[in-house]
Design a protein around this ligand. Structure first.
Ligand code: NAD
Ligand code: DAU
Length: 332
């Protein structure tokens, strides 16, 4: 492999992946990104000159995607509409990008024989009970809850079908909740950090007992590269770093790290269909591919992330007002 195409490489996890590729390989990267509201081209600054090229385009546009795919040795597919709350307000872009976009990419890969890695989510498996010791594995049944997760589940099914029916050389990863720099302020951790930095209070849905399995985006990036390089074609790998925490625990930790009383938050209306708990068993990735996360201390990773938001007010303030207006319209 010399040149790879990274869809959605100007987004939160995709840009982390591009930096990881720059730091650990000799590969050149073309980023294909539509530059939606969620993109941050600035996140790609600092990449070695000449090794990263940005093509602005839609992954659902076959005329753009076909020739681009044919000119690369592999494709890593991050591009997606990624936020559950947005998918409840307007599912249409989720169906278009997550389903039609993945279909378009698969057809291009089928014609050219290029290797594909499809980046997906643990939400395709639905949720677990709070008191259930079980975790998701590669054998868990698909049972998505939201428009977002159902379109990601559908995209996984498309990839599996193209592997089996057409012999497309693809792998899939399903990862848990990411945190780290450059995450959009619509998402839970950046929203609460920036609420506090803007002089407000965190806003926690329902009773705050829902559990998410947090992993640093840099660790997600290293897992995706490991699967691209060493994963077995046709296989799915779950990605997680043992970071289960309730939303209440996370928000209290954010408040403590920012020097505020731990009960200084508001409980607001719940997300419709809100998944209770996600938890990943990453044994296959660890044993088969030898992957290990670099960030084993969630509190330290969260403290670094808070520092990053403190240091980049110009970036997040540009989105904050619009995001909060959309939440306020539904009482959240
Ligand atoms: P993000 O919303 O931050 O970034 C998505 C990127 O895709 C943006 O740069 C956007 O401009 C681009 N994009 C959107 N529609 C496009 C289109 N039609 N054509 C080309 N580009 C388009 O998302 P993220 O959090 O970085 O997630 C990236 C991928 O990782 C997604 O597939 C998501 O399902 C998956 N994932 C994310 C997490 C997480 O916690 N963030 C966890 C597991 C899996
Ligand atoms: O599990 C992987 C998924 O994690 C990814 O596939 C998605 O792209 C990513 O957005 C994330 O989905 P979640 O819905 O879990 O993440 P979000 O940051 O939106 O919310 C995390 C938890 O916090 C969830 O239980 C809802 C809750 N929440 C969220 C917001 C924005 C709040 O309590 N208050 C909030 O203001």
């Amino acid at each position: 492999m010399r040149r790879i195409l990274v869809t959605g490489g100007a987004g939160f996890v995709g840009s982390n992946f591009v930096h990881h590729v720059m730091a650990t390989t000799d590969l050149d990267v073309t980023v294909l990104d539509k530059l939606t509201y969620a993109a941050s081209p600035a996140a790609l600054e600092g990449c070695p000159p000449g090794r990263v090229r940005l093509v602005v385009g839609d992954v659902a546009d076959a005329e753009v995607v076909g020739p681009l795919v044919a000119g690369h040795d592999a494709v890593v597919h991050f591009a997606a509409e990624s936020h559950n709350d947005n998918s409840l307000r307007d599912p249409a872009p989720f169906v278009r990008t997550n389903l039609l976009g993945t279909f378009t990419l698969l057809e291009a890969v089928r014609r050219s024989g290029v290797r594909l890695h499809h980046v997906s989510t643990d939400e395709v498996y639905g949720d677990l009970a709070l008191d259930d010791p079980a975790r998701f594995t590669e054998a868990s049944a698909y049972d998505p809850s939201s428009p977002y997760s159902s379109t990601k589940a559908g995209s996984d099914h498309l990839v599996r079908a193209w592997v089996r029916s057409f012999g497309v050389p693809a792998t899939i990863s399903n990862c848990s909740n990411n945190y780290g720099p450059w995450q959009h302020v619509e998402k839970f951790i950046p929203r609460q950090i920036t609420n506090v930095l803007a002089g407000g209070r965190p806003r926690v849905y329902g009773a705050g007992r829902n559990v998410r399995d947090w992993i640093h985006a840099a660790d997600h990036a290293s897992a995706v590269l490991r699967i691209l390089e060493r994963g077995r074609i046709g296989e799915t790998y779950l990605v997680g770093a043992g970071g289960e925490r309730s939303n209440l625990d996370v928000v209290r930790l954010i408040l403590r790290l920012l020097g505020r009383p731990e009960d200084d938050f508001d409980l607001v209306g719940d997300r419709p269909g809100h998944d209770l708990r996600y938890a990943i068993d990453a044994t296959k990735l660890r044993t088969e591919l030898g992957w290990r996360p670099a960030y084993s201390d969630f509190e330290a990773g969260l403290a670094d992330t808070i520092e990053w938001y403190v240091a980049h007010p110009g970036w997040w303030r540009a989105h904050k007002r619009e995001v909060e207006a959309a939440y306020a319209a539904v009482g959240q």
